[in-house]
Design a protein around this ligand. Structure first.
Ligand code: NAD
Ligand code: UD1
Length: 337
C-alpha cells in the first residue's frame, strides 16, 4: 500500500517506517522537523536498504498538504505528527491545541479532498485519566485528564469518532499506546529527547551514562508492590509492528476500532532501574522524591483485543527495552544532550 506517515522522522514514526518498508509498503514521510531531524530517516534507510521519500511539511499547512497529495496517491495515513511534552503543554496550551488538534483537522480535510479516508492515529493511555479499572480495557471510560497534551489526544479521538459516524466510508484505528521505550536493535534509531528527559527510560539511560547525577524516583508511597509508580512499558519495535497489523486489518475489515497497545504487565520504577542495572551491568544511582503532580499509581493495559482482532502481541521484554535503550544511549554523541 501507499502510506503517508506524518511525524515519520520522530521516535515512534521512524521505527514504524522501518516496519512498514520491511512489510513491503511504499512510504512517504512528512514532518516539520520541530522535534526531529532528517538524519533519522537516513538511518532508517540504512536499516531497510530502501530510500525514504521525505517532504518537510507542517500538517497545519493546507496548501503544502494539497501539493503532496497531488504528487502521490495514498491508501492510508498513519498520523504521528504532534507535540508530546506533558509539562510543556501545561505552560503552552494554545500551542498544543493549535498543533495537535487544529493540525489534525487540517490534515483530515486535506485527506478528504484527495480521496483518502483511512487513518491510523497515535493515541495514548493518557486518555483514560485516572484509570477506573486495572488492567485497562478499551471499554474503560476516558476523560478526567490532568494536562492539555492528554486532552488533545482525547479531542482528536472524539473528532475521528464523529467523522466516522457522519461519514462511514472512513476507516479509523485509534491506537492507545501505553509507555513506549527502547530503541531499534541496530542502534541506528531511537528516542532523542530535547534537553533533560522527562520520561523514565531516557532519564535512566542518561544517569547510567554519567550525564545526569541520579534518578529522582517520584514517590515510593503508592499502593503498589514496592510503593513506586507502575506502568506498562512496551518496546517501540513491538509498537511499530502493531501499526503494520492495524493497517492490514483496516484494509480487510474497515470501520472504526480502538486498540490498547501495551504488554499487559506492570513494571515499577524500581523494577525498571534494577532491570537496567542488571542487563547492562551499570549503576543507576537514585533518590526518592515526592510524587510528581498528575501521576497515577498504576496504569497497565488489557491488550487482549489487539491480540484477538489484529493478531498482534508484544514479544519483546523489559530486558530488551533496557538493552536497546542503553545501546542507543552509548551510540549518541555529545549532541544528544
Ligand atoms: P516525536 O516528537 O519523536 O515525533 C513526533 C514528530 O512529529 C516529530 O518528528 C515532529 O517533528 C513532528 N511534528 C510535530 N508537529 C508537527 C507538525 N505540525 N507538522 C508536521 N510534523 C510535526 O514523538 P513520538 O514519541 O514519536 O510520538 C509520536 C506520536 O505518538 C505523537 O503523536 C505522540 O503524542 C504519540 N504518543 C507518544 C508516546 C510516547 O511516549 N512517545 C505515548 C503515547 C502517544
Ligand atoms: C507520561 C505522560 C503521558 C505520556 C507518556 C509518554 C504524565 C502525567 N503522563 O506518562 O501522558 O503519554 O509520558 O510520553 O506526564 N518517573 C520517575 N522519575 C523520572 C521520570 C519518571 O520516578 O525522572 C516515574 C513516574 O513517576 C512514573 C514512571 O516513572 O511512575 C513513568 O513515567 P514517564 O516515563 O514520565 O511516563 P508516564 O508518566 O507514565
Amino acid at each position: 500500500m501507499n502510506i503517508l506517515v506524518t511525524g515519520g522522522a520522530g521516535y515512534i514514526g521512524a521505527h514504524t517506517v522501518v516496519e512498514l518498508q520491511n512489510a513491503g509498503h511504499e512510504v512517504v514521510v512528512i514532518d516539520n522537523l520541530s522535534n526531529s531531524s532528517e538524519n533519522m530517516l537516513r538511518q532508517v534507510s540504512k536499516i531497510t536498504g530502501k530510500k525514504v521519500t521525505f517532504h518537510k511539511v507542517d500538517i497545519r499547512d493546507s496548501q503544502a498538504l494539497d501539493e503532496i497529495m497531488k504528487l502521490y496517491w495514498f491508501d492510508c495515513c498513519v498520523h504521528f505528527a504532534g507535540l508530546k511534552a506533558v509539562g510543556e503543554s501545561v505552560m503552552k496550551p494554545l500551542a498544543y491545541y493549535q498543533n495537535n488538534v487544529a493540525g489534525t483537522l487540517t490534515l483530515l480535510e486535506a485527506l478528504s479532498r484527495h480521496g483518502c479516508a483511512n487513518l491510523i492515529f497515535s493515541s495514548s493511555a493518557t486518555v483514560y485519566g485516572q484509570p477506573k479499572e486495572l488492567p485497562i480495557t478499551e471499554a474503560c471510560p476516558t476523560g478526567g485528564i490532568t494536562n492539555p497534551y492528554g486532552w488533545t489526544k482525547c479531542m482528536i479521538e472524539q473528532i475521528l469518532m464523529d467523522l466516522y459516524r457522519a461519514e462511514p466510508a472512513w476507516n479509523v484505528a485509534l491506537l492507545r499506546y501505553f509507555n513506549p521505550a527502547g530503541a531499534h536493535e541496530s542502534g541506528l534509531i531511537g528516542e532523542r529527547p530535547r534537553g533533560i528527559p522527562t520520561n523514565l527510560m531516557p532519564y535512566i539511560a542518561r544517569v547510567a551514562a554519567g550525564r545526569l547525577p541520579e534518578l529522582q524516583v517520584f514517590g515510593n508511597d503508592y499502593d503498589t508492590g514496592d510503593g513506586t509508580g507502575v506502568r506498562d512499558y512496551i518496546h517501540v519495535v513491538d509498537l511499530a509492528l502493531g501499526h503494520v497489523k492495524a493497517l492490514r486489518v483496516m484494509e480487510q475489515k474497515g470501520g472504526l476500532a480502538v486498540y490498547n497497545l501495551g504488554r499487559g504487565e506492570g513494571c515499577s520504577v524500581l523494577e525498571m532501574v534494577h532491570a537496567f542495572e542488571q542487563v547492562n551491568e551499570v549503576v543507576v544511582p537514585y533518590v526518592i522524591k515526592a510524587r510528581r503532580p498528575g501521576d497515577v499509581a498504576a496504569c497497565y493495559a488489557d491488550p487482549s483485543k489487539a491480540e484477538r482482532e489484529l493478531g498482534w502481541k508484544a514479544r519483546l521484554s523489559i530486558e530488551d527495552m533496557c538493552r536497546s535503550a542503553w545501546q542507543w544511549q552509548k551510540n549518541q554523541g555529545k549532541g544528544s544532550d
